[in-house]
Design a protein. Sequence first.
Length: 307
Amino acid sequence: MKCRKCRQKAIIYMPEHRLALCQQCYAPWFLEHTERTIKKFNMFTRRDRVLVAVSGGKDSLALWHALTELSYDADGLYIDLGIDGGFGYSEKSKQACMKLAERLHRTLHTVSVAEEVGASVPEIKELTRRVACSGCGLVKRYFMNRMSLEADYDVIATGHNLDDEAAVLFANTLRWDEEYLARQYPVLEERDGLRKKVKPFVYFTEKQTTVYALVNHIRYVREECPFAVGATSLYHKGMLNELEHHSPGTKRRFLDGFFRVRERFSAPEQSKLTPCQKCGQPTTAEVCAYCRLVDHVHRRQATHSVA
Ligand code: AMP
Ligand code: ZN
């Protein structure tokens, strides 16, 4: 197959766009589409300081690279979850983020959950008997927001792609979870101490972000988080890929169609956010969920060491 722009040998065919591109023409196409999404949703401008939450995976590292190529003022934040999984998952991920930071000549902020909480994500899971992902999601959201406020960033960007967003939409729709549906959007505006959050890659498939990472020689961690293996979201992604295979463009139409009707789902009256009495971060309670988690972990650790 030949590249539509220059007739060289194509490296990717995107049936949903009926478009084949070569090694040279792919990155410019990808960057142009990134820019389009940023503009379409008014995500940020070149005057804003952007904090890219980087996990060490292909999507978020590709995002940091792409924003830098597009001359946005983008630094990275890596949250070290302390997950080993038999292959040093968190350590490898951190190394991948540090490598890219060096190459881009950009700042990478790092936060260690083990240092901040006094327990890593797997330890939190054991001590609280929560599913790993719920504690993990909570600490990630917390540190993204806290770091963006402390280091004065205007907006937080994450690497969620079309496959992620379509799978979440699918799950929310299966449950007709109106509250989640009302909140699922590539831009969440700033409010009461919660920074603006954006997903500039919502329209890119996993294949597209992977190819962008590959043509730019970005070294990323291929393994999934060991706790995510077997997750329902992976099963949903597989089903959506089957639909996509039969009818290219299904994932994009599913998501875009939803964005058009989304306002019909009314979010419940949002409770007012006030500063947490312990840490000052916004919360609907007196003490935020993160501080309550830290307290819980510390109490459990104390009883464990006594026993
Ligand atoms: P996930 O929930 O693992 O699919 O990740 C979704 C997005 O959250 C990624 O694209 C990153 O932008 C961000 N993210 C995930 N894990 C981390 C981490 N350990 N540190 C910083 N950002 C992360
Ligand atoms: Zn707090």
